[in-house]
Ligand binder design. Structure first.
Ligand SMILES: *Cc1c(COP(=O)(O)O)cnc(C)c1O
Length: 360
């Protein structure tokens, strides 16, 4: 097999990134281990406990429980599943802002719960009043997003948790992307800030771990029992994950990345990414485009379709929001010189020239 993976040199649309060298090395060493069978593979199972302990430190939880999932999608599905199992109603509903990730639609589909999607406010954060009017006695879960996929917004988590508590519902925070940058901001988003029950926090996004490494954290280990099924042919008696066999690569690379980068390395990464986002937003403004203020390292700007397509033709990997704006995620591999090259290409396209991007 001679194929090579593509480089990250022009990738501006991904929420994943180049794994840190220590994470890559750990992933390769643990590739052939299966934390889904802890009786047979005890060393990777122990490592998974360490990964959860370390993620708990990021997320304000002294005694965390959870597991390393295949990604944010699985963690979100499992959070909805916990809430459904806890619900007293036979027709439970889940309330989520429209900025919530599409994985919750998959969850609603497979778990057959009613997903109530409510509008966001003028700043694209969950509208607390809209959430309040959508919840009722059948609400099993209120979802808040800490770092939305499209605009990088952080919902008012303490208020959402209060609404959940008042209705005897659980509260889930989706910090799949934001979890590794939010510790360096002033936002109130984690277990120590609000009465939240479950959280998605993905090492394979801003955490620089290798794919697949998603994180599901729960405040109380008893919540995981809602997911447990009997495992007759394994040494251990039950399993709480959605997948059965799973790679130890994600587990090992999570521990390796956290050991290497928490907290100083991630703090530096956040500072660099946020400075890049602020710089790029300013350049887009100067070029005459409207920009959604990057409150986290993610810039949304309204480039014309021709410019967006021109950049794609030049090899840039960009994506669009559902409203059609251009979205640039300032992941760790996105350097200032890459952004300078994009800005040069935008200028070239504005002048109607077909430019060949230089610099990288
Ligand atoms: C990326 C993302 C997800 C989905 O995670 P996967 O690892 O792609 O399954 C869920 N929620 C948010 C907010 C995300 O950004």
């Amino acid at each position: 097999m001679r194929a090579e993976p593509q480089s990250f040199d022009r990738v501006l649309s991904s929420m994943c990134t180049k794994p840190h060298p220590v994470a890559r090395e750990a992933a390769m060493r643990f590739l052939a281990t299966n934390p889904g069978d802890p009786g047979t593979y005890p060393s990777v199972a122990a490592l998974e406990q360490e990964a959860i302990e370390r993620l708990g430190t990021l997320a304000g939880l002294a005694d965390p429980a959870g597991y390393i999932a295949s990604g944010g999608t699985e963690a979100n599905i499992q959070a909805v599943r916990i809430a459904r199992e806890r619900a007293r109603s036979s027709r439970p509903n889940v309330v989520m802002p429209e900025s919530g990730h599409f994985s919750f639609r998959k969850a609603a589909d497979v778990l057959e719960i009613d997903l109530r999607v409510v509008p966001t406010d003028a700043d694209r954060r969950a509208d607390v009043d809209a959430v309040r009017s959508a919840v009722d006695d059948e609400t099993a879960l209120v979802i808040g997003v800490a770092g939305t996929t499209e605009y990088g917004r952080v919902d008012p988590i303490p208020e959402l948790a209060e609404i959940a508590t008042a209705h005897d519902a659980l509260c889930h925070v989706d910090a799949a992307w934001g979890g590794f940058v939010l510790p360096f901001t002033e936002y109130e988003w984690h277990f120590d800030h609000a009465a939240i029950d479950t959280m998605t926090i993905d090492p394979h996004k801003m955490g620089q771990a290798a794919i697949p490494a998603g994180g599901l954290l729960v405040r109380d280990a008893a919540l995981l029992d809602e997911l447990a099924v009997d495992t007759p042919y394994l040494e251990t008696t039950s399993q709480a994950t959605l997948t059965g066999t799973r790679s130890g690569a994600g587990v090992a690379s999570t521990v390796a990345a956290l050991e290497e980068l928490w907290p100083g390395g991630y703090a530096d990464q956040y500072e660099r990414a946020q400075a890049n986002a602020t710089w790029f937003a300013e350049q887009c403004r100067r070029l005459g485009y409207r920009v959604v203020e990057p409150t986290l390292p993610l810039v949304v700007t309204d480039l014309p379709t021709a410019t967006f397509e021109g950049l794609r033709d030049l090899g840039w990997r960009l994506s669009r929001t559902s409203a059609g704006e251009t979205r640039v995620v300032c992941m760790p591999h996105v350097t200032r010189s890459m952004l300078e090259a994009v800005v040069a290409d935008i200028k070239g396209l504005q002048q109607g020239r077909k430019v060949l991007s230089s610099g990288i």
